[in-house]
Design a protein around this ligand. Sequence first.
Ligand SMILES: NC(=O)c1ccc[n+]([C@@H]2O[C@H](COP(=O)([O-])OP(=O)(O)OC[C@H]3O[C@@H](n4cnc5c(N)ncnc54)[C@H](O)[C@@H]3O)[C@@H](O)[C@H]2O)c1
Length: 436
Amino acid sequence: MKISIFGMGYVGVVSAACLLRDGHEITGVDPVGEKIDDLANGRTPIQEPKVAEMLSAGHQAGRLHATTQPSEALDGCQMVWVCVGTPSLHDGGINTASVEAAARQIGACLRDATDPPLFVLRSTCLPGTTQRLIIPCLEESSGLKVGKDLDVVFHPEFLREGTAVHDFDNPPKIVAGEVRPGAADRLMSIYEQYQAPRHRLELGEAEMVKYCDNLFHAVKVTFANEVGAIARTVGVDARRVADVFCSDTKLNISTYYLRPGFAFGGSCLPKDLRAILRYASLAPVRVPMLDAIMESNELQVETLTARLLAHRPKSVGMVGLAFKPDTDDMRESPYVKVAKRLIGEGITLRIYDPGVHPDRLIGSNKEAVQAALRHLEALLVTSLECLDDCDVIVINHRAVDAARITGWQAAGIHVIDLVGIAGVARPSDRYEGIAW
Ligand SMILES: NC(=O)c1ccc[n+]([C@@H]2O[C@H](COP(=O)([O-])OP(=O)(O)OC[C@H]3O[C@@H](n4cnc5c(N)ncnc54)[C@H](O)[C@@H]3O)[C@@H](O)[C@H]2O)c1
């Protein structure tokens, strides 16, 4: 395929080298003349293992071209990749000037084109950028209608410098955000021989996926370093701890605890977090990320309460009160905190939790819930139907199905879903998810 790549930096050059190796014809575009001179002579403008040999072979085969002129690059091209930089601004935001400029240059070359190339954006951009900024730039400069005359795909890049060719060849996943279903067909065809899961998403979802990955990587490094700092204060080798931690692929290195939802609670996580933070403060060792966890968790409770109160309900129904389903443990349950806040606002509360029987509660569990909700017996109901006349229902446990939610919506009840009940039509009236 004839592919033009705008931006001959780390991502653009590695992509060019790998696509050349796969037999494609590549034109590299960059305003920096020295980079174009290098490429035009089959040399690499960046240092990255294997890239020099791959570019040289592509050049000898006559399939590598380079230019500073966008119009030369777009002549007969079937797909254009934009890999220009999106560096930080002083305020922390991203500088989209290069992506906008590239989109305008490309659009201007496509004015009234009858068979325009697929526009593929690879630069890391904040969610919404392609839709709100790049597509208008393209449409204004080309006179074409995106989604009809011209297709746009956001295609995040996951390579790491130093192992970039290996990462391009062994991607953890291939992600394409499409302006319309099917827009990425041409892009996906070049990956036919690549072994990797494919994900076709909406534009904003694909943009967010890239940030989700990088946020998690940053969190992982910081987590390991903060745990290491605490371990060191007692002479514990944090690498041995990390070995055991990482060997647990059931609960630790797994999909557990990584789904968006509500606050954590229960008798262990808050207690153990508090204990280690207290220990660290006395050691003393600074662990700012771990320190911030409790505040972030409390914020979940505050935010949900505010979202509930925004509906000005007279009555609220709750599905689930224990800190998780199939237990009656309410110690530090975040749902107990929300319930307490709602009662404090004078709201009539009804709670359905088939696992909780006030007459059977004993010990610290009984004391904790009695301290927060003194008249628990009066709040609990025995069936979901008892919630049918509430103004708002919040689903804390997976104890309802989509049909029940649809019925509540039809009856004029607003439903807030913290667990993601499968099968609920979205978007739909009187339904909101905690993060969807
Ligand atoms: N470097 C990485 O490891 C990596 C990995 C994944 C994603 N990304 C993302 O990919 C994007 C590119 O990163 P990079 O490290 O390759 O950037 P880079 O700064 O190395 O290269 C960007 C290139 O774009 C060129 N450029 C600027 N305006 C242009 C225009 N209008 N037309 C053509 N070329 C233009 C610049 O001259 C430069 O050569 C960024 O958004 C980055 O966040 C980078």
